[in-house]
Structure formats: C-alpha cells, structure tokens
Write a protein that binds this ligand. Structure first.
Ligand SMILES: [Ca+2]
Ligand SMILES: [Ca+2]
Length: 229
C-alpha cells in the first residue's frame, strides 16, 4: 500500500492511498510547493489531470524564420528539436507516448518525441527525433489533456505574419538596430543561426528570399493560420 504525506504543517495531513485521495484536511502549503494546485482537495501527486499549459518555449504561434539547412548541404537540417512545456499543475511520470506531433501539411512528416525530461514538477522538455520540417506548422498535442502547441517554420518570415516578403528585410534591419518596440526574438532574427542577430543576417535573409547555393527561394511562400488559433 502506498501512503504519502503531503502537508508540512502539524495541522493538516493529506494522504494518497493506492492512488486515491483520502481527505483529512485541505490546505495550500507554500512550503511543499503547490501540493493542491487546483484547490480541489486532491494533492497534486494524486492528480491525473495536469491542468492547462501556462508557458512553452518556443511559444505557441512562433514562426522560425532562420535558414533551414546548411548552405552547402541540404541534408544538414536545422530546426527546433526541443520544446519545453510548463503545465499549471503537477505532472508526474510523463511519457513520450503522452505527446503526439503532427504536421499541418499532410505531405510532411512530423518528428517523434524521443524522450521526455522532467525539469520540475510542472515542466517537461520534449526531445525530438529530428528537426521539425520547414514550410508547415507542427502541432504538439498532450494527449491526456488535449492541450496543444503550434510551431511554425517559414524561412525568411521575420515578421511572423505567415508570408515571406521583401518587407521582412526592413523588419530585420529594425530589429538589429534595436528600434524600440521592433526587436524580435532570435528565432526570427538570427537568420544564419550564428547565435547573434547582426548585419550578416540581412545578407542571409536576401539569400533565403532569392535562393542561393542549395537554399530554395522562399519569397512569397506562406503558412496558413496557426492551427492553434
Ligand atoms: Ca513576413
Ligand atoms: Ca546571425
């Protein structure tokens, strides 16, 4: 028989017995973290529901505008291979099978979740089998809750409006120049994936728009509205 004690004060004791909650008392106890996150009287360690997603990295709706592969080698693919998800409530023993990835473009394959790393009681990191494909949305669904994250990938789309156009060049220059209110995250501005956004990224963006070496021309390519919207 599994018996766990959750409360840390002498006043209240909550018990989880064989996976079921036996209510002796209910309280929120900061010392124990968030033992009853949704205040339903069931200690988080007894919960099967983990609540809604509160944050993801990258954020849902983000569009990766960076180059999709090495200049001289299309097989050296780049793209997101890790996703960090934070849930409102406790998540225990997450499995790769809890998370399903699909691509919005049925002609593209979505990677599989290779492993799930529990970072803390609320946060997991998904490690993918390969980078997500450009030219589509990749939808991550947490099967037990139905919560979803949508990640876009459209090389050259600095503005993240779903179309790669000449206007993305001006947006990139504004971001590099740190124009107030117009700076953009690295996934939208560090086009050459050097680790920092700078003038070289403008040249690489032009390569992406027009096509260069083994890079396809991405100008006028579009993404549909995020499936999460
Ligand atoms: Ca754009
Ligand atoms: Ca760069």
């Amino acid at each position: 028989m599994l018996i766990e004690l959750f409360a840390t004060t002498a006043v209240n004791v909550d018990r989880c017995i064989d996976g079921a909650f036996v209510a002796v008392a209910v309280q929120y106890d900061a010392l124990a973290g968030r033992p009853d996150c949704n205040r339903d009287g069931v200690p988080d360690k007894c919960e099967t529901a983990v609540g809604h997603l509160t944050q993801t990295v990258p954020p849902s709706g983000a569009i990766d505008a960076r180059q999709p592969h090495a200049l001289d080698d299309p097989l050296a693919r780049f793209g997101w291979t890790e996703i960090v998800l934070t849930f409102a409530c406790h998540i225990a023993e997450p499995s790769p099978f809890d998370f399903i990835l699909t691509a919005s473009d049925t002609e593209r394959d979505a990677p599989e979740v290779e492993s799930v790393v529990l970072l803390d009681g609320h946060t997991v990191r998904l490690e993918l089998s390969e980078p997500i494909d450009p030219g589509a949305w990749t939808v991550v669904t947490h099967e037990p809750t139905g919560e979803r994250v949508c990640l876009g990938y459209l090389p050259g789309d600095v503005t993240g409006d779903g179309i790669t156009a000449v206007s993305d060049i001006a947006a990139l220059i504004d971001s590099i120049n740190r124009v107030e209110g117009l700076s953009r995250p690295d996934y939208a501005a560090d086009i050459d994936r050097s680790g920092v956004a700078g003038p070289h990224d403008v040249l690489r963006l032009i390569d992406l728009l027009n096509g260069a070496a083994t890079l396809d021309p991405w100008i006028t390519r579009t993404l549909a509205v995020s499936p999460c919207d």
